[in-house]
Design a protein around this ligand. Structure first.
Ligand code: GDP
Length: 702
């Protein structure tokens, strides 16, 4: 198997010749196919893999091949000319939003792929906003220009209307749908024509200054507009523009590069990955317009000792800093930690310091990951993305640095799981493997959690959606050879308090010998939805000695996690410890912990508790004739219809609906629409469960 081949090489790295990019898209827009073509053109992949046949290079995990979706971020290094492009694979399904987030955290730039018929779809919007959050400069590729109903123009309009971005068309398509055969590059005014008969691989194309008549007027108009937009960004160019002097392509490129990096415009290309047309100009654009690590000169973090802001520079004699952004268990090398190096140098065989975990880690080997082979290297430098072998306890989001000069980078935050299910090993040997397997899986995926329910003894796994958990269970079976039975998916409800209240907790036992004495007063206040939990210590004058404050907090947190209504954790509340009393002899950690727990549980019950449930943002794309059926069905699931959007021959129905009503929804939509409806869901927010349903749930528990 070629993946095991390891070549060893040392190399000179010129930082401005590196691009760390991600390819992001709505599911099915063609991200995998486009990535495949990029790997093919860049010469690292020897056969064009087709996602429909399930043999792609990036999607090496079995389930991904079967499902035809990309789940796990892998970093792949490839070359376009003398530029090294590191592609961080991002997942195409929203159940894996966290994967997208963590990839965006370490990227310098991104290629956003759209489906030319569908335009800007819901998930494109989500990832676009995420890329905004992480300030990732982008270029766009409008894919599937060969498809019936494809429209470059409409997609450009969508980018303005739905993403509020300023697209700059870089090409004009030649032909449309089945006659789509090339593009005119508006910068160089050259036409790229791909001839289906001449070369099926699409590597060869004719580059000509002869612009086909059918697009001449449009090309001129777009070209002029482009020059104007670019010239406006730069005083020198504007001067030339007004004097009617010609601006060189090199000057235009340089100015546009600055605009892209400053998020002012988004260059847009088009083509069809499947038919091998239009991908090479996108690769040129990655090199020309997306930032290199040099553009990110300074990285900000915090000094873990003083808590003050601290920076590291990419260049110069800086100490080592890196962010671990992905843990993968690799069949050949074991635990592989992907890290982005922000400053300094890393040498194979050396020790680094994990500031987040406060411990040393040995880096035994360093790997550059290509699509079909690994390259073992001895040194890695700032700006690079590498695979580390050796770290034992490093997790996603941890900062690795120099022990003598520490910095901690901003951690990656992950949303809380919204769904869980009970799993039970079938045999004794499965039972033995269980905790190891769950540990491995949660190491790899920070949005996956596993815990034991002490009351029932059951193992509960939680994640971001049904599909997420389905894949986890599948991996346990396949990769770890385990046989488990799974329960019904359970929604991750939360509890919250209805009003502010003051509450007393007293745990006092003084009957012979050493007694117990813990006594505290808490103020419990509701917070806004999604604000989580805060504990504030406002004890004055030592009414509770400092050493016992953490015990009260521990007790409060334990009670919070147990809930006070139906056993779901309490959230969106603030607890202030403001007073208490103690006893010189009898007070202890445990007594204060129990007092804290009692005060919270009693107080919450007196304040009144509401149950909160996760609400999903649901979008269903259906042919018009099924609209009524889907809207009716959603309404019967307590869904609130937000509106509908016409897109091509389909309608997109938008709604919010409780996750508890959506179990098996994907299958339902398929059967209601003769397989033609496409549902899309993502966790949106929490809302109160209607009182009558809470009563019903209470009865079911008894
Ligand atoms: P991803 O989910 O974004 O990774 O999308 P894929 O690359 O898996 O593509 C989804 C589907 O669209 C597959 O059936 C592809 O064969 C198909 N596809 C990809 N690119 C094109 C294209 O340029 N034209 C057409 N007609 N289909 C395409």
């Amino acid at each position: 198997m070629t993946q095991q081949n390891i070549i060893t090489k040392n190399r000179d790295v010129s930082l401005d010749k590196i691009r760390n990019i991600g390819i992001i898209a709505h599911i099915d827009a063609g991200k995998t196919t486009t990535t495949e073509r990029i790997l093919f053109y860049t010469g690292r992949s020897y056969k064009i893999g087709d996602i429909d046949e399930g043999n792609t290079q990036m999607d090496w995990m079995e389930q991904e091949k079967e499902r035809g979706i990309t789940i796990v971020s892998a970093a792949t290094t490839t070359f376009w000319g003398d530029v090294r492009i590191n592609i961080i694979d991002t997942p195409g399904h929203v159940d894996f939003t966290a994967e997208v987030e963590r990839s965006l955290r370490v990227l310098d730039g991104a290629v956003m792929v759209f489906d030319a018929e569908e335009g800007v779809q819901s998930q494109s919007e989500t990832v676009w906003r995420q890329a905004d959050k992480y300030k990732v400069p982008r270029i766009c590729f409008v894919n599937k220009m060969d498809k019936l109903g494809a429209s470059f123009e409409n997609t450009l309009k969508d980018i303005i209307e739905r993403l509020s971005a300023q697209p700059l068309p870089m090409v004009v398509p030649i032909g449309k749908e089945s006659t789509f055969r090339g593009v005119v590059d508006l910068l160089t005014m050259q036409a790229y024509m791909w001839d289906d008969n001449k070369d099926a691989t699409g590597i060869e194309f004719e580059k000509t200054e002869k612009i086909p008549d059918e697009v001449k007027t449009q090309v001129q108009e777009y070209h002029d507009k482009m020059i104007e937009v670019i010239a406006e960004s730069d005083d020198n160019l504007l001067d030339k523009y007004f004097k009617g002097e010609e601006i060189s392509v090199a000057d235009l490129k340089a100015a546009l590069r600055k605009m892209v990096i400053a998020y002012k415009v988004v260059p847009v290309y088009c083509g069809t990955s499947l038919r091998n047309k239009g991908v090479q100009p996108v690769l040129d654009a990655v090199v020309d317009f997306l930032p290199s690590p040099v553009d990110l000169e300074i990285i900000k973090g915090t000094d873990p000792i003083t808590g003050e802001e601290k920076t590291r520079r990419l260049v110069g004699n800086e100490k080592f800093t890196a962010l671990a952004f992905k843990i993968q268990l690799d069949p050949h090398v074991g635990k592989l930690t992907y890290a982005r190096i922000y400053s300094g140098e890393l040498v194979a065989g050396s020790y680094v310091y994990n500031v987040t975990k406060r411990q040393k880690e040995r880096i035994s080997r360093l790997l550059l990951m290509h699509a079909n082979q690994r390259e073992e290297i001895t040194h890695a430098f700032a700006g690079e993305i590498v695979g580390l072998i050796g770290p034992k306890d490093t997790k996603t989001g941890d900062t690795l640095t120099d022990e003598g000069d520490q910095i901690i980078l901003e951690n990656i935050t992950f949303p809380d799981p919204v769904i869980s299910l009970a799993i039970e090993p079938k045999t004794k040997s499965d039972q033995e493997k269980l905790s190891y397997s769950l540990q491995r899986l949660s190491d790899e995926d920070p949005t996956f959690q596993a815990k034991t329910d002490h009351e029932t003894g059951q193992t509960i796994i939680s994640g971001m959606g049904e599909l997420h958990l389905e894949i986890i269970v599948d991996r346990m079976k396949r990769e770890m050879g385990m046989d488990v039975t799974v329960g019904k998916p359970q929604v991750a409800y939360r509890e919250t308090v209805d009003r502010s209240i003051e509450s007393e907790g007293k745990y006092i036992k003084q009957s012979g010998g050493r007694g117990q004495y813990g006594h505290c007063f808490l103020k419990i206040e509701p917070l806004g939805r999604g604000e989580g939990f805060k504990f504030i210590n406002a004890v004055k004058g030592g009414s509770i000695p400092n050493e016992f404050i953490p015990s009260v907090e521990k007790g409060v947190i334990e009670a919070r996690d147990k809930g006070a209504l139906l056993g779901y954790p309490l959230t969106d509340l603030q607890v202030t410890l403001y007073d208490g009393t103690y006893h010189d002899v009898d007070s202890s950690d445990i007594a204060f912990k129990i007092a804290g727990s009692m005060a919270l549980t009693d107080g919450a019950r007196k304040a009144g508790i509401s149950l909160l449930e996760p609400i999903m943002m649901v979008e269903v794309t259906v042919p018009d004739e099924f609209m009524g059926t889907i809207i009716g069905d959603l309404s019967s699931r307590r869904g609130k219809i937000q509106g509908t959007d016409k897109r091509g021959h389909s309608t997109v129905i938008k709604a919010f609906a409780p996750l508890s009503e959506l179990s098996g929804y994907v299958t339902t939509v398929r059967s209601l629409t003769e397989g033609r409806g496409i549902p899309y869901m993502e966790p949106s927010h929490y809302e109160k469960v209607p009182g009558n349903l809470v009563e019903k749930m209470k009865l079911e528990r008894v």
